[in-house]
Write a protein that binds this ligand. Structure first.
Ligand SMILES: Cc1cc2nc3c(=O)[nH]c(=O)nc-3n(C[C@H](O)[C@H](O)[C@H](O)COP(=O)(O)OP(=O)(O)OC[C@H]3O[C@@H](n4cnc5c(N)ncnc54)[C@H](O)[C@@H]3O)c2cc1C
Length: 307
């Protein structure tokens, strides 16, 4: 009898707990639905899987068929490397290291995805895989760098990009909503320009919005913001589309294949001619930000006032 009573009260307590959880979740969802944010503009800087890009109707980034591992090696006593940076290329793999200072060295390895390949996500296993499998035939200088990795920095990622024509023809802004950085133009890392171009976006966007404020002598909203975002998109889309294309080609020619034709393309054409052209592209000048003194009395700088 005692046993049955105990069981009944336990079941009751469980039911109560479940209904509390349900109520809390329902209550939370109700609150979330009621929250509305009012913003002058929304800039989606939410990376390669951007929800804002999806909302704008941009295509999902595609897989380049390659992956990359990267990390930061720490040498508390100094790395003592003979050269500051070095690149290693072999069939289907490309790796490099670059010293950031006398104690820290950035490294990466790019490989090709083959069907069924299971890349680990745990940093310790990634590091072991690089040393004992992917880079096992690479020079000891490279393996030593990987060995010294700070595990919190070691990551693996498939290399995704958006087709350049989707950037040129897609809706990069709608009203007062737009995207910047990887959300707009995910690219393979072969030119080292993904993050740099995200910074360029910030400068160009800042200039268009800044000019709007200067012109109106106050913060404005509505059509004028939408037009400023359109001008930003117009200025950026060709530049970033060229970078996506250049990065893809650079990755393909440096890594894809070891036949005589690819070797000729890589060594006699790419490294001799195109790489210098591309390095010029890295010196791109995205212009300056407008300069307004905060003591400028002509501007009404109170951000709470939007007209
Ligand atoms: C292997 C590799 C090597 C690279 N090497 C270079 C290089 O040498 N030079 C270079 O310039 N670039 C390089 N890049 C590219 C560079 O890392 C990216 O282009 C850059 O990080 C993009 O910045 P981002 O701010 O647009 O996106 P992210 O850095 O991806 O940041 C997006 C942020 O948004 C957050 N977020 C996502 N979804 C949501 C959401 N729904 N709500 C709120 N927040 C959200 C994320 O948590 C994240 O913090 C490399 C990339 C890879 C993969």
């Amino acid at each position: 009898m005692e046993e049955v009573k105990k069981e009944k009260s336990q079941r009751r307590r469980e039911r109560e707990r479940e209904s509390n959880v349900k109520m809390t979740r329902e209550a939370r969802e109700k609150i979330i639905k009621k929250i509305k944010y009012k913003a002058t503009a929304l800039i989606g800087c939410d990376g390669v899987h951007s929800v804002v890009a999806r909302w704008l109707g941009l295509t999902t980034p595609v897989n380049s068929g390659r992956w990359a591992v990267r990390g930061l090696a720490i040498f508390p006593e100094g790395h003592g490397l003979e050269v500051d940076s070095q690149q290693f290329v072999t069939i289907g793999k490309r790796a490099a290291f670059a010293a950031l200072n006398d104690k820290e060295v950035y490294w990466f390895l790019v490989g090709q995805s083959s069907k069924g390949e299971d890349i680990p996500h745990d940093p310790e296993t990634i590091k072991k895989e690089v040393i004992s499998n992917f880079a096992k035939n690479f020079p000891t200088s490279y393996l030593r760098v990987v060995q010294h990795s700070d595990l919190s920095t070691v990551t693996w990622a498939p290399l995704l990009f958006r087709f350049p024509w989707d950037v040129i023809l897609g809706n990069l802004s709608k009203g007062n909503i737009t995207v910047a950085g990887d959300a707009m133009h995910p690219m393979t890392p072969d030119l080292g320009q993904g993050g740099c171009s995200a910074l360029e976006d910030a400068v160009v966007l800042g200039r268009h919005i800044g000019n709007l404020i200067i012109k109106n002598k106050k913060l404005v909203a509505g059509d004028q913001v939408a037009e400023a975002l359109e001008r930003y998109v117009k200025e950026r889309k060709w530049r970033v589309s060229m970078l996506i294309m250049g990065a893809y080609l650079a990755g393909w020619v440096q890594q894809d294949g070891s036949g005589w034709f690819m070797k000729f393309l890589r060594d006699s054409i790419f490294y001799r001619h195109f790489s210098s052209l591309m390095s010029k592209d890295r010196q791109y000048d995205c212009g300056k930000l407008p300069c307004v003194s905060s003591s400028n009395n002509e501007l009404d700088n109170d951000p709470r006032k939007i007209y």
